[in-house]
Write a protein that binds this ligand. Structure first.
Ligand SMILES: [NH3+][C@H]1C[C@H](O)[C@@H](O)[C@@H]1CO
Length: 615
């Protein structure tokens, strides 16, 4: 195949082209959010039940029970862990937490532990809490003490730092709060809002997990879309509400999210905006648009309060400190507005497109009056239904097969160039073409990832109207999964980079500034490419979805001589999994032509993505 690059036809590639989209779907609590204790504040549980104690266990006979505390630690956290200590026990007695499917105890780290306590009745008890780690089998891994007083009948917080003294054998460990059994016999103590953090990304308080955040930042995402996805809210009462996710953790009630479990909302709007800024990504912030997937939607006459809530949410992000919400942001440590440009009106409103017509009109009309500088993204199918005001931006989602993505690399070629811009806000190969049954993928496969890569050459070609694209979902806990496949998977100890992650990384870290038109691939073919220029470097992305090698010759506008080629290849069903995390990874090698030439010929390996950078 010969590809003639047109020296005069090019367009700027938007810096937002390759981004990440995030929602809490077995991804935040126990994952990206760095809190290590499961059920740390007994949010949304029923007191006096066994289920309320999930994550917690008694040690050496202490009686533990979740109660609705008559003097709650905060109006938003009504429950407490009440511990009564029986007589005639010896050694250490108390309670522990098992973490999220294990607890990594690393002697190289200093952990921050904290909890609130109060004695329901004042007593003369004066003693020490022993706060630290142990293996499940009972070996202490290190602890510190903190004084606890029976005179303390109102809530007070204990905060300590713990550096494990003993190396753990594995992740089967507990976090413990225990007492000398003899001294504490007969006492009753209430605990609340217990927390354990390892060091976080950028050392942010209430921050995100270092290794996962590092992997996300590795792709230099041009945008970070949040809070969903379905988790934006599927019923009116359980919708995501920005104001319940900001401020002190004591003020965050948590909510039962769209994926069927309680979200702590410890990762809230401030943390989303701060993380976007930390990784240099432009936030795409969703506002709930009155869509209830249970079939009901807010009627037009009743939308006012929900639109006001969206105005307040936006003011929290960018409002001057003369606004209540802007001032709140300042008190939380960010007086300058966050760099926010994009607002997404709902998520996949195509699911309720009949009501979207008035919901879109009302939200967009009022919000653009208040914030004319922002861009509003519509979330039904493009122009289906036709909505007014005519959207300047659309979010299109696609969860398909490898062959669909390869063929549809031409999806945007026929779109009118009328100023409308498109976000491919969520896309992924979710099943494979290989079997007649089209089985759901558990992890991305190379064949699927190459289907995505072929599609991405088309997004790059059409990046004059495609301003952003993100694989979805971004993140998943291998120990607790609802949606597969995912870009990144993790467990207590590791982050697993999928074949699709490497495809995203190769495109995102080799984006280029100018896209140059060239001979078009065959939509029904198996060879796809895209040519961009990054200052004086020419960047060629070449995708071969066939199980046989191919050849490609580029006729470039200028002579080139040396650079690198980075190749990712393997067998169609190859996946990077916890059992084989690096089965497929990009390999970089030097590429030097004997003499400078405008002609570059490359033997394309079967089932491969190659990025050539050459000057
Ligand atoms: N159903 C998908 C589409 C929705 O927006 C996401 O929440 C889901 C997983 O990425």
């Amino acid at each position: 195949t010969t590809v003639a690059v047109n020296p005069t036809s090019h367009h700027t590639v938007p810096t937002t082209l390759w981004g990440q989209t995030y929602e809490e779907v077995n991804s935040g609590d126990g994952g990206l959010y760095a809190e290590l204790l499961q059920n740390r504040a007994f949010q949304k549980v029923t007191p006096n039940t066994q289920e309320a104690l999930v994550g917690w266990h008694s040690i050496n006979g202490a009686n533990i029970n979740v109660i609705a505390d008559p003097i709650p630690v905060s109006p938003f956290l009504p429950n407490a862990l009440q511990v009564t200590f029986p007589p005639n026990r010896f050694g250490l007695i108390g309670f522990g937490n098992e973490g999220f499917y294990g607890l990594k105890v690393d002697t190289a780290l200093t952990y921050k532990a904290s909890f609130y306590y109060r004695f329901p009745t004042a007593t003369s008890y004066r003693g020490n809490a022993v706060i630290g780690f142990q293996t499940v089998s009972g070996l202490s891994l290190g602890s510190v003490t903190a004084p606890i007083s029976g005179a303390q009948t109102t809530w007070t917080q204990v905060s300590v730092s713990v550096t494990p003294a003993q190396v753990a054998f594995n992740n089967n460990n507990y976090f413990n709060v225990v007492f000398d059994a003899g001294a504490v016999a007969g006492q009753t103590i209430n605990f609340a809002m217990l927390s354990l953090f390892p060091p976080t990304y950028r050392n942010r308080a209430n921050g995100v997990r270092l290794d996962i955040a590092t992997a996300i930042a590795e792709n230099r995402p041009g945008f970070f879309r949040f809070p969903g996805g379905k988790n934006l809210g599927t019923t009116i009462d359980t919708r995501w509400q920005w104001n319940t996710t900001v401020g002190a953790l004591l003020d965050r009630p948590g909510r039962v999210g769209a994926w069927g479990y309680t979200n702590t909302d410890g990762l809230g709007l401030f943390e989303f905006l701060q993380f976007s800024e930390d990784i240099g990504a432009s936030p795409i912030m969703g506002v709930w648009s009155g869509l209830a997937l249970d079939g009901s939607s807010i009627e037009e006459k009743d939308l006012g309060p929900y639109i006001q809530q969206a105005i307040d949410q936006i003011n929290f992000a960018i409002g001057p400190t003369s606004t209540v919400q802007g001032m709140l942001r300042a008190t939380l440590g960010h007086s300058a507005p966050f760099p926010l440009t994009y607002i997404e009106i709902g998520n996949e409103d195509l699911l309720s497109s009949d009501t979207y017509v008035y919901r879109w009109r009302y939200f967009t009309t009022v919000l653009s009056q208040n914030f004319p500088q922002l861009r509003y993204i519509a979330t039904s199918n493009a122009n289906d239904p036709v909505v007014a005001p005519d959207p300047t931006h659309w979010d299109v989602h696609a969860y398909k097969t490898p062959s669909w993505f390869a063929k549809n690399s031409f999806f945007y070629d026929s779109f009118q160039r009328n100023g409308t811009l498109y976000l491919e806000g969520e896309y992924a190969v979710v099943d494979n073409d290989i079997q007649a049954t089209h089985d759901r993928l558990l992890y991305p496969t190379l064949q699927g990832s190459l289907g995505e890569a072929a599609f991405m050459t088309g997004l790059e070609r059409n990046s004059d109207i495609v301003f952003g694209a993100a694989y979805s979902p971004l993140l998943n806990n291998v120990a607790n999964t609802q949606w597969t496949p995912n870009l990144l998977s993790f467990d207590v100890n590791n982050v697993y980079r999928s074949t699709s992650f490497y495809v995203q990384k190769l495109f995102a870290t080799n984006r280029g500034q100018l896209y140059y038109s060239s001979t078009l691939p065959n939509p029904g073919g198996t060879l796809f490419w895209s040519v961009t220029q990054e200052s004086s470097t020419w960047v060629m992305k070449i995708v071969n979805t066939a199980d046989s090698p191919d050849n490609i010759t580029f006729l470039l506008p200028v002579a080139v001589r040396q650079g690198t080629s980075t190749v990712m290849k393997g067998a169609a069903t190859d996946s990077n999994t916890p059992a084989n995390p690096n089965l497929v990874a990009p390999v970089i090698s030097s590429l030097v032509l004997s003499v400078a030439s405008k002609q570059l010929t490359y033997a394309v390996p079967s089932l491969s993505l190659t990025v050539i950078r050459i000057t």
